[in-house]
Design a protein around this ligand. Structure first.
Ligand SMILES: NC(=O)c1ccc[n+]([C@@H]2O[C@H](COP(=O)([O-])OP(=O)(O)OC[C@H]3O[C@@H](n4cnc5c(N)ncnc54)[C@H](OP(=O)(O)O)[C@@H]3O)[C@@H](O)[C@H]2O)c1
Length: 336
């Protein structure tokens, strides 16, 4: 490790003491991580909370090999030390970063290519809300889904951290955006973010709504985190040559659907998970985001939607809030 001054040996982190409910999240003392080859050590100021953290806490989403067992997939803060061969950042630089785990802590290490500058005009708290959803949406909507300006995107879960990011990015890049959400208040929030149409899925069939607003053509790209009976309904809502990208299966991982629609409409049904991908892959997404999305943030054409902030030690309250499902946008931990 080079040039770290006053870095303590121990730090406070919030760990998963055993699989279970929010109260299994407990503060404990851990060794401060040592940055390895190409890595940086960040003094964390804020950490984003994501649905995959809840899954990990329940024991349903184990960390990939080599990753910290601590939850936390994104952080912001100051660089305090750099490992061998790391060249981009210097101590004192303000960054936000995608972490493979370990974000619920006072210090976190990441490969330098997985960090980005805090966008101009944003606080560290806001910056911590960016990486996980921006990396996920960029890869799945624009790379796997190939969404282009002038096409129609259907985003399920529009008021989620992922959904609020997808709506804004797709809208800023010239797509027509239809979204689904579970209440009138959430639909209203989605419209304010730039969605052209928000469907309260508890009251209205989204397939009929998509057909109605696209004159029967359907959506070119669908970002789905629900699965279950949405699989067949997405095939119905998709346009000819449509691309459906699965990023979660909250409504069920096993479904039956009419697969003849895949042939008749020449659909592509794909999906991905971000966390186990390589450092190189994530570095490539970071570079694309910095070139194409960071300017949109600096111009405030896209902003993270902040729901609530909780102290690190009360991470259990943040998880409780997420599981209640009332939040709109991002929940963040303050790691002052
Ligand atoms: N594949 C990846 O790489 C990746 C990366 C990050 C996140 N994810 C996934 O993306 C999803 C969103 O993550 P997040 O952190 O943004 O979570 P979040 O803010 O907690 O959002 C969860 C969303 O799911 C919606 N939802 C849940 N069950 C539903 C159902 N049965 N029918 C319709 N909508 C349902 C909720 O909508 P309502 O409140 O309107 O019902 C809510 O908006 C999660 O499933 C997460 O695991 C995947």
């Amino acid at each position: 490790m080079a040039n770290g001054d006053k870095i303590p040996a121990k730090m406070t982190a919030v760990a998963i003491s055993q699989p279970g409910g929010p109260l299994v999240l407990k503060p404990e003392k851990r060794d401060v991580p040592e940055p390895g080859e190409g890595e940086i050590l960040i003094r964390v100021r804020a950490a984003g909370v994501n649905r995959p953290d809840v899954q990990q806490r329940k024991g349903a989403y184990p960390p990939p090999p080599g990753a910290s067992d601590l939850p936390g997939l994104e952080v912001s803060g100051e660089v305090v030390a750099v490992g061998q061969g790391a060249r981009r950042w210097r101590p004192g630089d303000a960054v936000c970063a995608l972490t493979p785990g370990g974000g619920y802590a006072e210090y976190a290490k990441v490969h330098e290519s997985n960090a980005l500058p805090v966008p101009q005009g944003f606080t560290l708290t806001e910056a911590a809300a960016l990486p996980e959803t921006f990396f996920t949406v960029w890869h799945n909507v624009f790379e796997r889904g190939g969404l282009k300006a002038g096409e129609t995107l259907l985003v399920h879960g529009g008021s989620s951290g992922i959904g609020t990011t997808a709506i804004q990015l797709a809208s800023a890049l010239g797509a027509y955006v239809i979204t689904t959400a579970g209440s009138a208040e959430k639909c209203e929030a989605c419209l304010k973010l730039g969605a052209d149409r928000a469907v309260n899925y508890r009251e209205q069939d989204f397939v009929a709504a998509v057909k109605e607003v696209t004159d029967g053509r359907g959506a070119n790209v669908i970002l789905d985190m629900v699965g279950g009976d949405y699989v067949g309904r997405n095939y119905d809502a998709a346009a000819v040559e449509g691309r459906i990208v699965q990023i979660a299966t909250q409504g069920g991982a096993v479904a039956s659907a009419d697969f003849s629609k895949l042939m008749v409409k020449r659909l592509v049904h794909t999906g991905s998970t971000l966390r186990p991908r390589t450092v190189e892959f994530k570095g490539r997404i970071a570079a694309a985001l910095e070139a194409q999305v960071w300017p949109l943030l600096a111009a405030r054409r896209v902003v993270p939607v902040m729901d609530m902030i909780f102290p690190l030690r009360e991470a259990w309250r943040a998880h409780e809030r997420m599981e209640e499902g009332e939040h709109i946008g991002k929940i963040v931990l303050d790691v002052a």
